[in-house]
Design a protein around this ligand. Structure first.
Ligand code: ATP
Ligand code: MG
Length: 356
């Protein structure tokens, strides 16, 4: 604000001074010319010199403005650079110690501001287990806490109460870098960087062959559209992927997560922009991958979660239903409501009858 104020005052003042100077020179000089004490040529030359000097002064004030701005920016950057990491990072556990073959949420409580007041709590008593080969789907209305839940696993946020364990070890005791290497996460908001498609897919792995990239893209159902682009994998992606459609961006970020072969895969609403047919193909393709991984899949559509080994139905930060599609249709009211809102009432009773 100080810099902005300085800049706002500075330039009008400098312009004012410049113009006052010129007016004064013209008044005095004009008078002198009229009285024939000075030739017109001298006056014009003098004005030219004065303008040159004033222009230099203007430049100096411009530099001063830049310095004030740069000063503020530098301070801010310094603040960020010297900030201490909020999370403690322990180095006790060796890399080989985590194979990530099971994950357990133990009565997890979470609020974004660390308070345990009922109105601040975003996740309440989240308790479930998952093991390698399983797909855990999370479904629920918007704002129920699905994204929050999956973000706790790579410790993007720290749990407020309870604990999360991988292979029986509290994730707070694992080295952060090792923990995150075990997790491939596709965030709800797709993030692409300026660069080629290839660079965007290979982002999580230092050394990678073209073949690996293409394999990952094939699984993510992205290979087809990428090959159709005039420059294929070398097509430039604009900032935030402006030149790609929503579904194309999603598939590129899915390929990026698949490429690192992490034992835990999190898809946060990552298929929302895909048409049902493409989504089906994608699910079939990751099916064989999911035999070696624990897959967490957040979704809005029943059709996306129907084959999951375990479906968690969330409402207002709590799990209100847990089980397979069939079990939930029979017992969970919230799940029935979601089903009904997507397929209609008749379809619901028909499905319930055929399943039972
Ligand atoms: N960074 C944040 N700081 C504070 N509150 C947040 C933050 N992110 C989310 N919330 C709140 O937490 C609650 C759960 O949000 P979350 O993003 O987990 O919902 P969601 O189930 O993923 O919804 P959607 O289906 O729309 O993605 C919401 O009430 C939201 O307002
Ligand atoms: Mg979400």
């Amino acid at each position: 604000m100080k810099a902005a104020r300085f800049i706002a005052i500075n330039s009008p003042i400098v312009t004012l001074i410049m113009n006052i100077c010129l007016v004064t020179i013209l008044l005095y000089g004009g008078n002198m010319v009229l009285m024939n004490t000075v030739p017109v040529g001298d006056l014009v030359a003098f004005i030219n010199y004065v303008v040159q000097v004033l222009a230099s002064l203007l430049m100096v004030s411009g530099v001063l403005m830049n310095i004030t701005q740069a000063n503020v920016s530098a301070k801010r950057i310094q603040e960020v650079l010297t900030m201490k990491e909020a999370m403690n990072d322990k180095q006790e556990v060796l890399q080989s110690d985590i194979s990530a073959s099971n994950v357990a949420f133990n009565h997890v409580l979470f609020s974004y501001n660390d308070s345990t007041n009922a109105k601040d709590v975003v996740l309440k008593d989240i308790h479930f287990k998952a093991k390698r080969g399983e797909t855990v789907a999370i479904i629920g209305s918007t704002g129920a806490g699905k994204t929050t839940l999956v973000q706790l696993l790579p410790r993007l946020y720290e749990v407020t109460g309870g604990s999360i364990e991988i292979d029986g070890k509290d994730i707070r005791n694992l080295p952060l870098l090792e923990l995150r290497k075990k997790i491939g996460i596709i965030l709800q908001e797709t993030i692409l960087f300026t660069g080629t498609i290839k660079e965007n897919i290979a982002f999580g792995k230092a050394e990678v062959t073209q073949e690996e990239i293409e394999d990952a893209a094939k699984i993510a159902q992205a290979h087809e559209f990428i090959s159709k682009l005039p420059n294929g994998y070398d097509t430039l992606v604009g900032q935030k992927g402006v030149n790609l459609s929503g579904g194309q961006k999603q598939r590129i970020s899915i390929a990026r997560a698949i490429l690192i072969h992490a034992p835990i895969l999190i898809l946060d609403d990552s298929t929302s922009a895909l048409d049902v047919a493409t989504e089906k193909k994608l699910r079939a393709a990751i099916e064989f991958l999911s035999k070696q991984t624990i897959t967490f899949m957040v979704a809005q559509r029943i059709s996306s979660v129907i084959d999951a080994d375990k479906i968690l139905v969330m409402e207002d930060g709590s799990i209100v239903g847990k089980g397979t599609h069939k079990e939930l249709l029979a017992t969970c009211e919230v799940y029935q409501d979601i089903y009904q809102s997507q397929f209609g009432k008749r379809e619901l009773s028909y499905e319930q009858q055929t399943l039972s």
